[in-house]
Design a protein around this ligand. Structure first.
Ligand SMILES: *Cc1c(COP(=O)(O)O)cnc(C)c1O
Ligand SMILES: [Zn+2]
Length: 433
């Protein structure tokens, strides 16, 4: 871990040795979000793009030298599990497809558009990138129980990546979390606590419980290693584009950990000199949960923000007081990006648009990034010559009920050719032959 220089408080700038603090700056309590600082000189001696190109491991662990984990210990553990096939899903996180979709490019008049589908990760959302690092940190500390509060995906991710392993997980979700996400938790064997309350209530209870019982806490915007895992999405995008960074990246934003993580990953790559420009980060929020959009518009500092009542169909980006607001506002401000607000109708419409335009099935929060791109194009925030990446953060199978709202009903027919023929005759563009 000699490549990790310190953990730096984003409020007061105090720096701590990695083994000195567990989660947050002691001077600022639960709000004192820390940022991992690296020794880039050391990292540059150990890894570079040509060496990465020769690495056959497609998972995020190809970036081990850039992650805040004890690499030697990780390699020993993985080797001890034997074989060439991954022992657990945790070794299989990463390398999601980056599509260059001809139909969407043509529809939008965007020559250089890519869609990255993180719904293809083991548990179906980008959260696997963070959970993977969290689980390794818990292992380093010898903890056996990992707790998390989540609107659904962080929890189902943690549950998936620890399933069939030595860890037990305790999960706090708001009672209203989509059934598929709760099903994942139960299938993977977590202890699931459905809290009568909001995500924010579940979060606070989880903090107290983890402190009281000594559980390792994976909470977003609290555990400093979550954005470190999420930053691997930025590494992959840049590596998949041959280290030619895009001009802008669209991503949906709730707590702000993903957009903060992307920013961190891009800053790492700039510091190492592997990319020669910083993409603009475009954070997309649901209109009913737009605390960061509002703060950005009003020029507020993250410490001036106050809770709002969040309400949106995109449950994964519903956050009254975004937990990672410091990193989230910095990500947009320091890259010259923008926050964009989209309605629930626009989010729902983006689900079939993505499905039909590039074959990617997104949950509402995953499709929000695409809805944001449409709005940005309409508002002239993006030039049609620019290189644009849309990050899809979650799989549509996570929330089938919302998807069904956006696509109507199937045709119902009798099991006869007659019935089929009658239907086809009434349809435009299908002649039944
Ligand atoms: C968690 C999540 C987000 C938002 O991430 P934040 O770090 O909370 O901003 C977006 N989409 C999906 C599918 C998610 O699970
Ligand atoms: Zn501090």
């Amino acid at each position: 871990m000699d490549h990790v220089a310190s953990l730096k408080c984003l409020i007061c700038g105090a720096e701590y040795a990695p083994d000195e603090v567990l989660y947050v700056c002691p001077k600022h309590g639960d709000e004192g979000i820390l940022d991992v600082q690296y020794d880039y000189g050391l990292i540059a001696q150990r890894v570079d793009p040509p060496r990465l190109a020769r690495d056959p491991d497609p998972s995020i662990w190809r970036y081990l030298e850039l992650l805040p984990v004890d690499g030697e210990r990780f390699r020993r553990w993985r080797a001890s599990l034997g074989g060439s096939a991954p022992a657990y899903p945790i070794f299989n996180v990463g390398s999601t497809p980056l599509y260059a979709p001809p139909r969407l490019r043509e529809q939008l008049g965007l020559l250089h558009l890519w869609v990255k589908d993180d719904g293809r990760l083991p548990s179906g959302s980008l959260k696997d990138r963070a959970s993977a690092v969290g689980v390794i940190k818990a292992r380093e500390l010898g903890r056996e129980v990992i707790a998390a509060a989540s609107t659904g995906n962080a929890a189902s991710s943690l549950a998936n990546l620890t399933a069939a392993s030595e860890f037990r997980t305790v999960i706090f979700v708001p009672q209203a979390a989509p059934p598929a996400k709760i099903a994942q938790l139960l299938v993977f064997g977590s202890t699931v606590l459905a809290v009568r309350g909001t995500y924010d209530d579940a979060f606070d209870l989880c903090l107290q419980a983890a402190k009281a019982y000594g559980w390792y806490n994976r909470n977003t915007g609290y555990n400093p290693y979550m954005s470190e895992g999420k930053k691997t999405a930025a590494y992959e995008i840049c590596e998949q584009l041959g280290w030619q960074a895009p001009d802008c990246i669209f991503v949906s934003v709730g707590d702000g950990c993903i957009i903060g993580g992307l920013h961190k990953g891009l800053k790492d790559l700039r510091a190492l000199g592997w990319i020669d420009r910083m993409p603009r980060l475009m954070g997309v929020q649901a209109a009913g949960s737009a605390a960061l959009y509002d703060a950005w518009q009003a020029g507020l500092s993250p410490l001036e923000m106050t809770p709002i009542e969040a309400r949106t169909i995109a449950d994964s980006i519903s956050a009254g007081l975004p937990r990672d607001r410091i990193k989230a506002l910095a990500a947009v401000r320091e890259t010259g990006g923008a926050y964009i607000r989209v309605s629930d109708e626009e989010i729902l419409a983006a689900i079939p648009a993505l499905g039909r335009g590039c074959g990617v099935f997104a949950e509402p929060a995953g499709a929000a990034s695409y809805a944001g791109l449409l709005k940005a194009l309409a508002e002239g925030l993006v030039d049609r010559e620019e290189r644009v990446v849309v990050l899809v953060t979650g799989n549509g199978l996570k929330d089938v009920a919302s998807a069904r709202k956006s696509v109507g009903e199937p045709h119902v027919i009798e099991p006869t050719m007659d019935s089929l023929q009658r239907l086809l005759l009434g349809m435009v563009g299908v002649d039944g032959r």
